[in-house]
Structure formats: C-alpha cells, structure tokens
Design a protein around this ligand. Structure first.
Ligand code: SAH
Ligand code: SF4
Length: 360
C-alpha cells in the first residue's frame, strides 16, 4: 500500500519525510507541488532530485475520491457525487459568483444526528471521511475547473456545509482546515473558510483553540422544545449552552459575528412570534442570520415557507438590528441542498443499511 499524501498537513508530511531520512524543505516542496500546483505525479516535480522522485513513486500516491456522477445546473453551480467506497457516495458543490468561487465540502458519509428536515440525516451515519477525502474535494475541484487567466485557482471560499457534521469528524476536519489555510497549500483566509455545525459544544471550544475559522451554527429554532425536535442533538447541547459556546468562540474567531443558519419550514418555525423569540434568544451574541429556503425531501413532511413569510421574518430581525440574508437557492435543478443528490442515488440501493446507521 502506498501512502496517500493528500492525508498529511505540512507538519505530518515533514515527519513522514524525516522518517525516511529526507529534509523538511523537501516535504515543503512536495506539499507545494501537490496542493499549490495541483500535481499528482511525482515524476513531474522537476525541482526534486530524480532519486527522491522515484522513491516517492514507490512509496506514495496522491489520490482524491473518484467522481461517480457530475451535474451542471443552469445557473453555473456544479455538483459532483464522489464515490468513497463500499457503496457510499458524498457530494461536493461548486458555486461560482462574481469575484469568488465557493466550494461546499462533505466531511462524513451520512450523518448520525438525524435532523428532521435533512436528506443526509435520513441516510444514517456510515463513516468519517479521511483527510484525503475532505481536502481531496478541494484539490480535485480546483483542477477540474482549472486556473483563471491570472493563474489563480477558482476556489476562493470553502464552506463545510455538505454532508455530515464536521465537528464529529474533528481531527480530520482540523487537519483539512490547516491545509486549506496553509500558504504552501491553498492559502485561503480564515475568514473565507466556514465550518457549519449543528452545535457540538465541546468541539466548538476545541476548534476555537486549535484552528479558529469562520463559524456558522445551524440554529433552525427559537426555543428548546422546537429545536429538540428539528435538531435532536439539542437534547444534549441545549440552546443556553450553545449560545454561550458561540460567545466564547467569538473571542478568537477571525470574524466578529457568528452566522446562524435558519431553515424556513412553513407553519413550523416561520412566524413573527418565532422571529421575536429569536431576537431575545440571541441578544448577547453578535450574529448574522441566513434564512434558508427548505428544499423538500421525500422522507419529511415539511413544506418550504412562502416567500412573503420569509420576507416578513427577515424584516422583523432586521428591525431589531440583526443583518439577515435569504439564501439564494442555487442549483435547484440538480437537487441543490447538500445530501439530496446522494440521497436520491443511495435511496435506491441502501435503505436497509442507512436505517441501521441511523441508530449509531
Ligand atoms: N452538519 C452541519 C453541516 C452540514 S448541513 C450542520 O448541520 O450545520 C449544512 C446545512 O444544510 C445546514 O444548515 C442544514 O440545515 C442545511 N440543510 C439540510 N437539509 C436541508 C434541506 N432539505 N433544505 C435546505 N437546507 C438543508
Ligand atoms: Fe447532520 Fe447537518 Fe444534516 Fe443535521 S443538518 S443531519 S447535523 S448533516
């Protein structure tokens, strides 16, 4: 078995080289070739001694997950379904916008947290993705789309909003984050890399110490009773604890606000009363809200809130001084919400298995 070097951040790669009697600067050169240049072939790493190149060819590889299916939306959004083995697939979505390109990455095959409205949750938990599988999404998508005329990679922003709960695959998520931020790899700004969490409180505290990046928290409800139902992990980490963790996170965060994601479900969480309840709930947390139009899934009874209800909700929050945006629905024609495309494919093949996974 060769070692997949996409699994290593700078320090780990230097250690791997040291174990083989190679100098640290060689590791740095190889890191740059792999991530900055997007080069998987050691033979092409021309400033590296031929002897080392052939050693690497024997012992190592650069392998990202295999693409199983590609979908291109009429609005330019591209979605790839990646095969991560044993019948599992995860998604990566590229969203081009003026002056930036955002990649939405997955961190787990499935998810154990089973939020009531989420396609990924309905697939159950299968396994954590490796670092190579997480960072490989960025490595591969950059290469696939190609550099722009100025020689820059197209992806300027990464959001961990694909399948899975990043903070329940903590170690691999943090290693992937380090690579994304490393100037010898992708050199992305901390402000442009966003981890989205359903609210794993102890891991939020660890992330603040280990690798603070922008944070989005999937709130979705204005009180514990409702959130217990929509986001069951709330029973373990209720709103009080979650909001306190958000405040602590801001001490070290690269941005001075938390983004709260709030999925709009008709007749469930979208009334003016809910908006007012939210305002007092988040009183002590500098934040912005992103209202997310629900993408219907077959396994859940919810409906997307009417547009006028979403606008009214936004108005109430804005009047209280909370910056509130409504997420543009991108890639609707290709099952836009993360988890939905894999859900369609997997539903046909794995229902029994995913039911079992849901109990993990
Ligand atoms: N597990 C993390 C990150 C992945 S989910 C989290 O929950 O934050 C990323 C976002 O997709 C979440 O905010 C979630 O609410 C949203 N989402 C899940 N299912 C959706 C659906 N059916 N329609 C629209 N957004 C959805
Ligand atoms: Fe998991 Fe996030 Fe989906 Fe909840 S919304 S089931 S935490 S992926």
């Amino acid at each position: 078995m060769t070692e997949n070097l996409l699994n290593f951040d700078a320090q780990q790669l230097a250690e791997w080289f040291a174990e083989r009697g190679e100098k640290p600067f060689r590791a740095k050169q190889v890191l740059r070739w792999i991530h900055k240049m997007g080069e998987p072939d050691f033979a092409a790493m021309t400033d590296i001694a031929a002897s080392l190149r052939s050693k690497l060819q024997q012992a190592a590889s650069v392998v990202s997950p295999e693409v199983q299916r590609e979908e291109l939306s009429s609005d330019g959004t591209r979605k790839w379904l990646l095969n991560v083995g044993t019948g599992n697939a995860v998604e990566t979505v590229y969203i081009p916008e003026d002056g930036r390109g955002t990649l939405c990455v997955s961190t787990q095959a499935g998810c154990a947290l089973d939020c009531a409205f989420c396609s990924t949750g309905k697939q159950g938990f299968n396994r954590n993705l490796s670092v190579a599988e997480i960072v490989g999404q960025l490595w591969w998508a950059n290469r696939e789309i190609g550099k722009d005329i100025n020689g820059n990679w197209p992806i300027t922003n990464v959001v961990f909003m694909g399948m899975g709960e990043p903070l329940l695959n903590y170690a691999n998520t943090v290693t992937a984050l380090r690579l994304m931020l490393d100037d010898n790899a992708y050199g992305l700004s901390r402000r442009k890399v966003t981890v989205s969490t359903s609210g794993i409180v102890p891991a939020m505290d660890r992330l603040r110490e280990d690798c603070p990046v922008a944070l989005a928290v999937s709130l979705h409800a204005s009180n514990d009773a409702l959130r217990d139902k929509l986001v069951p992990v709330n029973q373990k980490y209720p709103l009080r604890d979650l909001l306190a963790a958000c405040q602590r996170y801001l001490d070290k965060a690269p941005r001075d606000f938390i983004t709260f994601e709030y999925i709009m479900l008709e007749g469930v969480n979208d009334s003016e009363k809910h908006a007012r309840e939210l305002i007092s709930l988040v009183r002590d947390v500098p934040c912005k809200f992103n209202l997310i139009p629900f993408n219907p899934i077959p396994q859940a009874p919810f409906k997307r809130s009417r547009h006028d209800a979403v606008r009214r909700f936004q108005d109430v929050l804005m009047q209280a001084g909370i910056v509130t945006t409504i997420r543009k629905t991108r890639g609707d024609d290709i099952a836009g919400a993360c988890g939905q495309l894999a859900g369609q494919v997997l539903d046909k093949t794995k229902r029994t298995k995913s039911q079992a996974g849901a109990d993990l």
